[in-house]
Design a protein around this ligand. Sequence first.
Ligand code: FAD
Ligand code: EPU
Length: 337
Amino acid sequence: MPHILENATLKGYNTFGIDVSARWLSSFGSQEELTALLRDFSNRPLLILGGGSNILFTRDVDGLVLRNEIKGIEVVREDGHYVYVRAGAGENWHVFVQHALQRNWAGLENLSLIPGSVGAAPMQNIGAYGVEIKEVFYELSAYHLDEHKVYTFSLNDCAFGYRESVFKRRYKGQFVILDVTFRLSKVPKLHTEYGAIREELDKMGIEKPTIQAVSEAVIRIRQSKLPDPAQIGNAGSFFKNPTVPAGEFARLRDAFPGIVGYPVDGGVKLAAGWLIEQCGWKGYRKGDAGCHARQALVLVNYGQAGGREIYDLSEEILQSVKARFGVELEREVNIIG
Ligand code: FAD
Ligand code: EPU
């Protein structure tokens, strides 16, 4: 039976570095350990934690916090084109990406260096540099907290969208993801259409990129743009990039000629970082809560900020963007409180 801590700080378990406590804190390394803990703590509020890199705690958690530490990476099937690889939900995402790169399994390279766990990746269909996990996802298994049964979810079942899945909506709080199976390619199909990747590959002097080179380019871009949570507390992009109808975009472009947007299904996706920067927030700091000086979409904790301060800053930003552009931002980070 895993050790259970009482009134334990979560500061080291969330990349914002927010100092809140959990009434009980433990971890599980298997489905059996999970079910044993759930039996002992039935009817207590429960929070499943991976790497804590997409979470903002605004108060103490009066319940059981369980860190997912289910490990293991194994090939479950293989054919001429694909290898099907299952990874435990508690595996570190980037360690899994590196595991694939070392074996020349393609498809994850653009998703290099995203913090967090394998099990949380489907929660918001993680994405970066032109790729989302839905493109390499095969299936996952998840434990239903009320029915005490394990279900298999196919690609369709997950209803993946931009930073969305069925686990954030219809089934919110109902399932614990145990493992995820990916379909990776033996013959790489590179995604270098994202401008910054091509530029970085040029800088690296690479004409014929491999998946390893694409990964290296992505890592370099990320390290130059995004703050490292080990240095400054943050959870990546705090808001989603909003999509507006094409007509609305035309109106905005007339009024704000520099506005940044990309055509997507259903309209134009706006760069929220640009909107926030235009409202004067980039580099803003109040106490230890701030808006990052290189990436306005990232809110930061310079040290001792409370979750409430970060949340209040996000609300001020959201309101100012709405007032100036008439565009409503939506938070990407999961708010606990
Ligand atoms: P956590 O923060 O621990 O949890 C997130 C949510 O999922 C919570 O609601 C939690 O309860 C739930 N959860 C976690 N594990 C499970 C499970 N096994 N079963 C059920 N529910 C679970 N995201 C991107 O998409 N693209 C990026 O480019 C990107 N860049 C980032 C850069 C930085 C510097 C940082 C700090 C974050 C970035 N993120 C990015 C956000 C984050 O890395 C991802 O959302 C990641 O998948 C979160 O994983 P985690 O294990 O830390 O999840
Ligand atoms: N921009 C500004 N000012 C800023 C930041 C951005 O004007 O302060 C504009 C620039 O014009 C830039 C454009 O926004 O060209 C896009 O910026 P960037 O390429 O840095 O990407 P992003 O839209 O800010 C998104 C994801 C990231 C992901 C990158 C790369 C969301 C919410 N964020 O950021 O994901 O890594 O693209 O694909 O979709 C995350 O989800 O946590 C995350 C970091």
